[in-house]
Design a protein around this ligand. Structure first.
Ligand code: SF4
Ligand code: SF4
Length: 83
């Protein structure tokens, strides 16, 4: 289980999350649907929650806590790292 970045990031993308991640696992990029946003590598994330605390738009959730309306971003994140 890891943290996942969801749709609110698309409008923001200032990158505060990357400044606090202790394992440097957050990357800027483009989703399979062409959305410019950030992604968390689930194989490196240690689920410390630091990124969630600083995101100004509440885009980051622990995987188990993602609202149903944002579940598509679990798969978009997986595809970003396994194209
Ligand atoms: S802090 Fe939030 S909005 Fe900003 S890049 Fe990270 S996930 Fe996206
Ligand atoms: S939960 Fe911690 S390790 Fe995972 S992406 Fe956020 S800051 Fe990095």
């Amino acid at each position: 289980m890891a943290y996942i970045i969801t749709s609110a990031c698309i409008e923001e993308t200032a990158g505060e999350c990357t400044l606090v991640c202790p394992v440097d696992c957050i990357t800027e990029g483009t989703s399979v649907d062409g959305e410019h946003m950030y992604f968390i590598d689930p194989e490196i994330c240690i689920s410390c929650g630091a990124c969630e605390a600083v995101c100004p738009v509440g885009a980051i959730y622990y995987e188990d806590d993602i609202p149903a309306s944002e579940h598509a971003y679990i798969e978009k994140n997986r595809l970003f790292y396994h194209k």
